[in-house]
Design a protein around this ligand. Structure first.
Ligand code: MG
Length: 345
């Protein structure tokens, strides 16, 4: 198996603002694993607040020696080895996991949703994110999102109610609310959640700081809406720690090191009666379609990455009736349509 990588920068359609940060690009590393005549693609997306950079990902990838393994079918062993090389680096690890899954699916000539045994009829509609912005831009973004039937609204600003009212003047589509830890007081949070319930809201994600588990558990006990963990849960081992404070979890490949661990998290969450959201960072179709293979396991899907960028190096996913279409393409279903300069490890 031969590993190589290319450096790439995604340009965002709109400057992206969440509770405490604005940016216009997202750095990526695209990985490629070759074996016999097959090629698998992977992706590391590294929004700066998560602590990884293109440099740190390259340093990590240079430590990976896939020659230690005879075939790509040893997924469990290969990923255990990759995980043991260094702590953190979850996006860099995900870039190997995704490329490996793409490769194995291609060798087996099957898409992963078939290997997982899920029905594509169970694919939930994906939401599209409406970041924090001034009210006229928010209304414009809602209008531009006409192909989507669910909106994910970022709150945690000083005019949260004004944002929701503006959206409700524009559309009555259901909304998911993501506070990104932006509220500080549990009573304020619960009052907001009761108000949001009257505004056709499906759930509220990460209302308080990721460490405030007791206060979040209190909100959960009293909330009329499901409370979903995002920043509080990164990997499999975190689920047990937060399970009593939340009704569900947001699984993202870049947080949890990829499809293999995400699949295990899905099964543990189901055992614990936690609801599931499959989410993403600003990503190209590569990581996005990898996550989409797992999306039929989830109640909600937030896989809007490729629809919020202007220079996707892969073919854009097809959207029909607000759902990402899982096609009968082997592997993760991705097609590179840009010339990239891959460097060997
Ligand atoms: Mg979130």
């Amino acid at each position: 198996m031969k590993l190589s990588f290319a450096v790439y920068t995604l340009n965002l359609l709109h400057p992206f603002t969440i509770a405490n940060f604005t940016r216009t690009t997202t750095p990526l590393i695209i990985t490629k694993i070759e074996y016999e005549n097959f090629v698998g693609y992977g992706e590391a997306s590294m929004p700066p607040y998560l602590g990884e950079t293109q440099q740190s990902a390259i340093l990590f990838l240079k430590k990976v020696d896939l020659q230690l393994f005879k075939t790509p079918f040893e997924i469990e062993n290969i990923l255990k080895y990759v995980d043991s090389i260094a702590a953190n680096n979850t996006a860099a690890k995900a870039s190997i996991d995704i490329a490996l899954h793409d490769l194995v699916g291609k060798i087996l000539n099957k898409p992963w949703h078939q290997l997982y045994g899920v029905s594509i009829d169970n694919m939930p509609e994906t939401s599209i994110t409406i970041g924090i912005d001034n009210i006229s831009v928010i209304k414009q973004k809602v209008k531009e999102a006409s192909a989507f039937n669910v909106l994910k609204v970022k709150l945690g600003s000083n005019n949260d109610k004004e944002i929701i009212e503006a959206i409700r003047e524009t559309t009555d589509k259901p909304i998911c609310v993501d506070v990104n830890q932006g509220w500080t007081d549990k009573h304020f949070a619960l009052d907001m959640i009761h108000w949001l319930e009257t505004k056709n809201t499906l759930f509220v994600e990460q209302p308080l700081s990721k460490t405030k588990l007791d206060e979040t558990a209190w909100i959960k006990e009293n909330s009329p809406l499901p409370i979903i963990a995002d920043e509080s849960v990164q990997r499999y081992a975190d689920i047990e720690k937060i399970k009593d404070a939340f009704d569900g979890i947001n699984i993202k490949l870049m947080k949890c090191t990829g499809m293999h661990e995400a699949y295990k998290m899905i099964h543990l969450a189901k055992e614990l009666n936690l609801k599931l959201l499959i989410g993403c960072m600003n990503e190209s179709s590569c990581a996005n379609l990898a996550a989409a293979q797992l999306a039929p396991f989830a109640a909600w899907v937030d896989l809007d990455g490729p629809f919020m960028i202007t220079n996707n190096p892969f073919k854009n996913p097809t959207l029909e009736k607000g759902k990402i279409q899982l096609e009968e393409i082997s592997g993760i279903g991705v097609k590179l349509n840009t010339e990239l300069n891959f460097e060997n490890i």
